[in-house]
Write a protein that binds this ligand. Structure first.
Ligand SMILES: Cc1ncc(COP(=O)(O)O)c(C=O)c1O
Length: 398
């Protein structure tokens, strides 16, 4: 057996299950704010495309995906990130993947040179797949803390030169899960300069980029930062996008990677062996989703309403603000996060995720400690009821 498997940590939801084991909720009607699974309706026209194209199942898909899908993706990226100097080529710059999770994981297997004492940098708190990707690729995870004092953003200036020298990949997550913070274009440009200087890859997980609250201010992406920095051939830059959150299609397992043509070429070779082509039906349905922006705007409206209403309820009892983007609230708790999550469940039958399940001890602190993550994915009424119950619970602490 691969000994590195032993290094993998239990997934946060396993820890949560153990935490809740002995609880007997005092209130009827469980509300889960713990899982980041979109709950709004999937677009009708995407579902129709699936049922109308079921016969496409009788052919093997290409690992690189149909050209029509890759064209739809390059057109979407160009529109969304207002690319004007970079002409994305559907043959060179993009590759469909079966959701970003498998891609974030397998990408590291493809690119890490384990003969070189490799480090993979990742945020702390984080999406745990980055850590597993590092451990199973033979690299060592290196965490950079994202703390409240820095608006939950990374501070690349504090990372030592010796770390950059060993860095082969840095994962960034913008908008961030769990923090909701958005890395600015200026900061992305700074990171691109570091990546060209020290020659490491930036793997930018942007799967929450389409859930934001101000229609005039969408989160920046790595590709537009590359364009603005003059890195027009996208050297060392790879982005990960998904239909799961944007279009409420988590079960379709549809996303893509895009960026540096050399990296895409190697990753395509890797994926050919990995055997992870997207089913033809999902490719056809994905085109419909990437080509339409109306359903995405409507989806955002639902989140705006929910966040406003929930924040209004919670504001009197806890410090809570609208995040930069995404569908999480990252609350700083007045008591230990595990106690908060356990007692909230016990007393109010609401499940939230303790922040320390999403983070590691690092640099003398655990940045997830005393935080909980609330995923506002349930329908409005349910989120409002959950907020009222959380408020009641917090009132018992004062
Ligand atoms: C930060 C982050 N990245 C990636 C993913 C994976 O999303 P998917 O595989 O559905 O594209 C998730 C899912 O929750 C996530 O939170």
């Amino acid at each position: 057996m691969n000994p590195d498997l032993k290094k993998l940590q239990p997934y946060p939801f396993e820890k949560l299950k153990t935490l809740k084991e002995d609880c007997q909720p005092a209130v009827e009607g469980h509300i889960a704010l713990s899982i980041g699974e979109p709950k709004h309706d999937a677009p009708d026209f995407v579902l129709a495309a699936i049922t109308e194209n079921l016969n496409a199942i009788n052919r093997y898909p290409l690992t690189k995906g149909d050209l029509a899908l890759r064209n739809s993706i390059t057109a979407w990226l160009t529109r969304r990130f207002k690319l004007s100097k970079i002409t994305l080529d559907a043959e060179q710059h993009v590759l469909p993947v079966n959701g970003t999770r498998e891609a974030l994981f397998s990408f590291a297997q493809c690119v890490v040179d384990k003969n070189k004492d490799a480090l993979i940098l990742m945020p702390n708190p984080f999406y745990q797949i980055y850590e597993g990707a590092a451990l199973l690729s033979g690299a060592t995870p290196y965490f950079y803390n994202t703390v409240q004092e820095n608006n939950y953003l990374p501070d690349f200036d504090v990372i030592d030169e010796s770390i950059w020298q060993r860095c082969q990949i840095i994962y960034i997550c913008t908008p961030g899960n769990p923090t909701g913070s958005v890395i600015s274009k200026q900061q992305l440009i700074k990171l691109i300069k570091l990546s060209l200087h020290y020659d490491f890859i930036i793997a930018s997980d942007e799967c929450y980029s389409e859930i934001y609250f101000d229609e005039n201010n969408p989160p920046a992406g790595l590709l537009e930062a590359a364009e603005e920095s003059g890195n027009t051939n996208l050297s060392n830059c790879i982005v990960f996008h998904s239909l799961s959150k944007r279009s409420n299609l988590p079960g379709m397992r549809s996303g893509f990677v895009a960026g540096d043509a050399q990296l895409i070429k190697s990753y395509l070779l890797y994926r050919t062996y990995h055997g992870s082509a997207m089913p033809p039906v999902h490719q056809i349905a994905s085109i419909k989703a990437w080509d339409d922006e109306r359903h995405v705007q409507q989806n955002r409206k639902l989140y705006v309403k929910k966040f406003d209403a929930v924040i209004n309820i919670l504001k009197p009892v806890i410090n809570v603000n609208l995040p930069g983007a995404g569908f999480y609230l990252w609350l700083n708790t007045p008591v230990d996060d595990e106690i908060f999550a356990r007692d909230l469940f016990d007393q109010q039958n609401v499940t939230v995720l303790p922040g320390s399940y999403l983070s590691r001890d690092n640099d003398g602190i655990n940045p997830g400690k005393n935080h909980v993550r609330l995923a506002l994915v349930a329908p409005l009424d349910e989120c409002l009821l959950a907020a009222e119950r959380i408020k009641q619970y917090i009132n018992t602490l004062n």
